[in-house]
Design a protein around this ligand. Structure first.
Ligand SMILES: Nc1nc2c(ncn2[C@@H]2O[C@H](COP(=O)(O)OP(=O)(O)OP(=O)(O)O)[C@@H](O)[C@H]2O)c(=O)[nH]1
Ligand SMILES: [Mg+2]
Length: 166
């Protein structure tokens, strides 16, 4: 949550992005979640469709819907979240099964607000869990950093995935 999904999608859009805030009942409580969607024209003319979906497990019914035929999966992680490592490994685990042909990149956001966060330790912890992939810090308020992040994602290929998938 609050990992910068909407900010990233707004930054990449070359049309007005669609952000839909919807209620979802969880037991007696009702929470809100946001779905984001936009398109961006790449330098080579290809049209990229970009979906922002929540990472909460009770909303996992959405994940297969956006994974069918996906080129890339960008896992945005809030550096301020104490559960960031467990969250990231669980997302990589789930999405590598849902999108076996996609390339993967992890973008760590809000690290400016988490002075204790160490990228090298985080990356090493992911490798220790079996996930060897690009892991970068990104300030989502910097459009150049977001464009670079997307380039990293798109330059990845299936062959560079170094963790086993079932
Ligand atoms: N300081 C700082 N603030 C950030 C960064 N990225 C996002 N934010 C802020 O964090 C808040 C949440 O960003 P959103 O883009 O709404 O995040 P989200 O993932 O769409 O959030 P939900 O849809 O509520 O899960 C906003 O106030 C952003 O301006 C960052 O890298 N640094
Ligand atoms: Mg959002």
């Amino acid at each position: 949550m609050e990992s910068g999904k909407t900010t990233v999608i707004e930054s990449l859009s070359d049309v007005a992005p669609v952000s839909t805030r919807m209620p979802v009942g969880i037991g007696q409580a009702e929470a809100k979640f946001t779905l984001d969607y936009t398109t961006a024209r790449l330098d080579d003319g290809e049209l990229l469709h970009i979906h922002g979906v929540p990472g909460q497990r009770h909303l996992d019914f959405m994940w297969p819907m956006v994974c069918d035929g996906a080129t890339g999966v960008l896992v945005l992680v809030n550096a301020c979240d104490p559960q960031r490592l467990a969250y990231t490994t669980s997302m990589l685990d789930e999405f590598s099964h849902l999108a076996p042909g996609a390339s993967f990149t992890v973008g760590v956001t809000r690290s400016d607000l988490a002075p204790e966060f160490r990228l090298d330790a985080f990356r090493a912890a992911l490798v220790a869990e079996g996930f060897r992939l690009p892991v970068v810090k990104v300030d989502t308020h910097e459009p150049a950093q977001i464009r670079f992040l997307v380039k990293i994602l798109l330059s990845g290929s299936r062959a560079s995935r170094a963790w086993p998938s079932a």
